[in-house]
Design a protein around this ligand. Structure first.
Ligand code: PMP
Ligand code: GLN
Length: 384
């Protein structure tokens, strides 16, 4: 294994899901729903497969039906007009979109600013692209149970070597949804310092308070923003690995240059099914949000009763907790012991930090699980 990758070892999600299987624990670690998305969308995939739609290599940028549906979604939801032929690229999940964007846009030595704690593939992909990461840490505020971005710290992180900001809103693992003011300031900074922004918006529909605003809609951002989406989160089919990039023709062409040598294309029949999913009525998204909001409240309330300090997420399907009120301080040790102690798996937030010590006492739980599973997990955690 080369030096660029050696520091990353095995992703925490694989490690913790294997631990859950081995110990028969409730897996609130890796973020995936325990109930599949809409039956009619699953049927659409079966229909596509049977009809021979996409069983052979689909077109490089993705099937036209899906690219058009993605463009329509961005128009309907956010008023963003996109040309499906030149401004949309289908990828193998958001994971490939992140990798392809960074591989395409970075020169060796370029600096990438990312909000810490950050999703684990960011650091690995920056490294694979030869870039260097510059974390800007979100600060936990115990009084309000939220995380806060310090815009002065963000501004101070920009240097002449900064090539891009890698943003994520709604934010995994903290559940922070960046506000209009924060996004406006980030956009102004990007324009002033001539930076690109790759913005990971895979949780765009999972917002409980406030509203998701796409960075690409801010003044001056259309030409410098690569927006990433994913069907995995929005339609509860994480195994299908259908994601996408929307950006200017120049940026889409650049990302595609890398993507063509990573996977060339992603699985065909699922693309047709996701095209149908993108046309679900608003009531689908309202139902998804209401369901997850109730689950957030159930798990957050239970964790609080079990003695955790809870950071209340405004979006995503994760809740971050502080374990210090339980007399614990090392999230890694806590998560490794948790299956034996009470049959629950969670993720230590320290893995999402360069400043590991700052993430040490924080632990993330996923609430995209059936209510009875969450209730069972809570009763187990109360026995700690
Ligand atoms: N970005 C973030 C912030 C995520 O949490 C995830 C997790 N699934 C991904 C990207 C990857 O998405 P996909 O499964 O579509 O590759
Ligand atoms: N995004 C999911 C999470 O944060 C997991 C995705 C993965 O396993 N790579 O839990």
């Amino acid at each position: 294994l080369n030096r660029r990758l050696a520091e990353f070892g095995t992703t925490i999600f694989a490690e913790m899901s294997a631990l859950a299987v081995r110990t028969g624990s409730i897996n609130l670690g890796q973020g995936f729903p325990d109930t599949d998305g809409p039956e009619e969308i699953r049927e659409a995939a079966v229909r596509a497969l049977r009809a021979g739609h996409g069983n052979q290599y689909p077109p490089g940028p993705g099937v036209p039906e899906l690219r058009t549906a993605i463009a329509d979604h961005q128009q309907r939801r956010y008023g963003l007009a996109l040309d499906p032929d030149t401004e949309v690229l289908v990828t193998a999940g958001a994971t490939e979109a992140i990798a392809a964007a960074l591989l395409a846009l970075l020169e060796p030595g370029d600096e990438v600013i990312a909000l810490e704690p950050y999703y684990d593939s960011y650091a690995a992909c920056i490294a694979m692209a030869g870039g260097s990461r510059v974390p800007v840490t979100l600060h936990p505020d115990a009084a309000t149970g939220t995380y806060r971005l310090d815009l002065d710290e963000l501004r101070a992180a920009v240097t002449p070597r900064t090539r891009l900001i890698l943003l994520n809103t709604p934010h995994n693992p903290t559940g922070t949804v960046l506000t209009r003011e924060e996004l406006g300031a980030i956009a102004a900074l990007a324009c002033e310092r001539d930076l690109l922004v790759v913005t990971d918006e895979v949780y765009e529909h999972l917002v409980f308070e406030g509203e998701h605003l796409p960075l690409a809609g801010f003044p001056g951002m259309r030409e410098r923003t690569v927006t990433i989406g994913s069907a995995g989160k929005t339609y509860s089919f994480t195994g299908w690995k259908v994601g996408w990039v929307t950006a200017s023709p120049e940026l889409v062409t650049a990302v595609r240059s890398a993507k063509q040598f990573l996977t060339y294309v992603s699985a065909g029949p699922f693309q047709y099914a996701v095209a149908e999913a993108l046309r679900l009525p608003d009531s689908y998204y309202e139902g998804l949000r209401a369901d997850l909001r109730a689950k957030r409240d159930l798990l957050s309330g239970g964790l609080s009763e079990a003695g955790f300090e809870v950071y209340r997420p405004s979006g995503t399907y994760f809740v971050t907790t502080d374990i210090r009120p339980l007399g614990e301080s090392d999230g890694f040790a806590f998560c490794r012991a948790l299956p034996e102690r009470c049959g629950v798996v969670a993720i230590p937030n320290a893995v999402f930090y360069d400043h590991r010590e700052q993430g040490a006492p924080f632990v993330r739980f996923a609430f995209c699980k059936r209510a009875d599973v969450l209730a069972d997990a809570v009763s187990r955690l109360k026995r700690l």
